[in-house]
Design a protein around this ligand. Structure first.
Ligand code: ADP
Length: 340
């Protein structure tokens, strides 16, 4: 069965950028390409059945082992994600609706001036909802979801990264509409080594040795997306509040609106994923107060969450955005900034 690698590295604090970068010079730490490639409009009516045939005309120049690997390991099932699960990011959401979802659903309308971009590229700090958006697009547009991590490209396909990416795009065209999700590009390139597991460091070293190959790979990726880049920033106060309120919805708590607002203020600089972790940590507070767990018979025996639980959790769960991360991002930008 297809397996997903998109979630393998959740919650990692890698490259982080606090401010909106200059788009033309910025290289995405994470790429999400969406939609139909303009040069292949004839295949709009392609069905998954066509793609399952052993040799598709459009794949004749691609080594079968790559196609096999992509079908087995890179195409993944996606749980349904809806737009209302994604807090904030209103601008990004509406751009995506107009330029990706609607054109995919009604290609006959999006012609001439309305011709959609060839693809869409999302980038920004980790834990800000890029994966969620990719999955949401895949759900809304009934798209095939391709998920690959930079480390697997580096470790499994050393020296062949470029071929692999080419094959990926070819299969994505056949299977379109497609969402291609590339995770971990920034973490693989950041200079940070402290606290890293040895295997990760080893993969990274190999990865860095493949820089030239990687640059080509990235160029190909970026070219494949056209020039439609959307920055996905850290969540603003209103988005953090929406995440917290949503997570508190089904849990007993006695936080007032002011309490929530105060927590929102204290989480300035937190990513969506940090806020999520904070709430989950806070939810353990009431359980930790229980003296004898065996006596708990139902959730009504557990006290509601209160603000102190959040204050305690705030000492445990910090923003994954740090100066080091920022530095890594900047280096990354300097080094790869000329690609676009
Ligand atoms: P990214 O792909 O940008 O690294 P993800 O989409 O994987 O981040 O987000 C990780 C988790 O953080 C999500 O599963 C969700 O729980 C939470 N999260 C992040 N951003 C948002 C957001 N804008 N709205 C709601 N939840 C979010």
């Amino acid at each position: 069965p297809p397996k997903s690698s998109a979630s393998e590295n959740k919650g990692k604090s890698n490259g982080v950028l606090g401010k909106r970068p200059k788009l033309p010079k910025y290289i995405p730490p994470l790429l999400t390409g969406v939609g139909s490639d303009g040069d292949d409009s004839k295949s709009k009516s392609t069905t998954k059945k066509d793609a399952a045939k052993p040799i598709d005309e459009r794949l004749k120049n691609v080594e079968p082992r790559f196609v096999e690997m992509i079908k087995n390991e890179i195409i993944s099932e996606v749980a349904k994600v809806t737009w209302d699960q994604i807090a904030g990011l209103d601008h990004a959401k509406s751009t995506i609706m107009e330029s990706v979802v609607w054109p995919t659903l009604k290609p006959e309308i999006f012609k001439g001036l309305l011709t959609p971009p060839k693809g869409l590229l999302l980038f920004g700090p980790p834990g800000t909802g890029k994966t969620l958006i990719g999955k949401c697009i895949a759900s809304e547009a009934n798209a095939t979801f391709f998920s690959i991590s930079a480390s697997s490209l580096a470790s499994k396909w050393v020296g062949e990264g470029e071929k692999m990416v080419k094959a990926l795009f070819a299969v994505a065209r056949v299977e379109q509409p497609s969402v291609i999700f590339v995770d971990e590009i920034d973490s693989m390139l950041s200079q940070r080594t402290e606290g890293e597991a040895d295997h990760h460091r080893k993969i990274k070293t190999e990865f860095l040795e493949q820089r030239t190959d990687l640059k080509k790979l990235m160029k190909r990726l970026v070219a494949g997306f056209g020039r439609s880049c959307t920055y996905i920033p850290l969540p603003e106060a209103s988005a953090r509040k929406a995440i917290i309120v949503h997570l508190l919805k089904d849990t007993a708590h006695e936080l007032s609106e002011d309490d929530v607002d105060d927590i929102v203020q204290r989480t300035d600089g937190y990513s969506g994923s940090d806020v999520d972790n904070l709430c989950r940590e806070a939810a353990l507070g009431p359980l930790r107060d229980i003296k004898n767990f065996a006596e708990v018979s139902s959730s009504s025996d557990i006290r509601p969450m209160k603000k102190d639980d959040f204050l305690d959790a705030l000492t445990q769960v910090r923003a994954s955005v740090g100066a080091k991360d920022l530095e890594g991002y900047m280096k990354f930008e300097q080094e790869y900034g000329s690609i676009t």
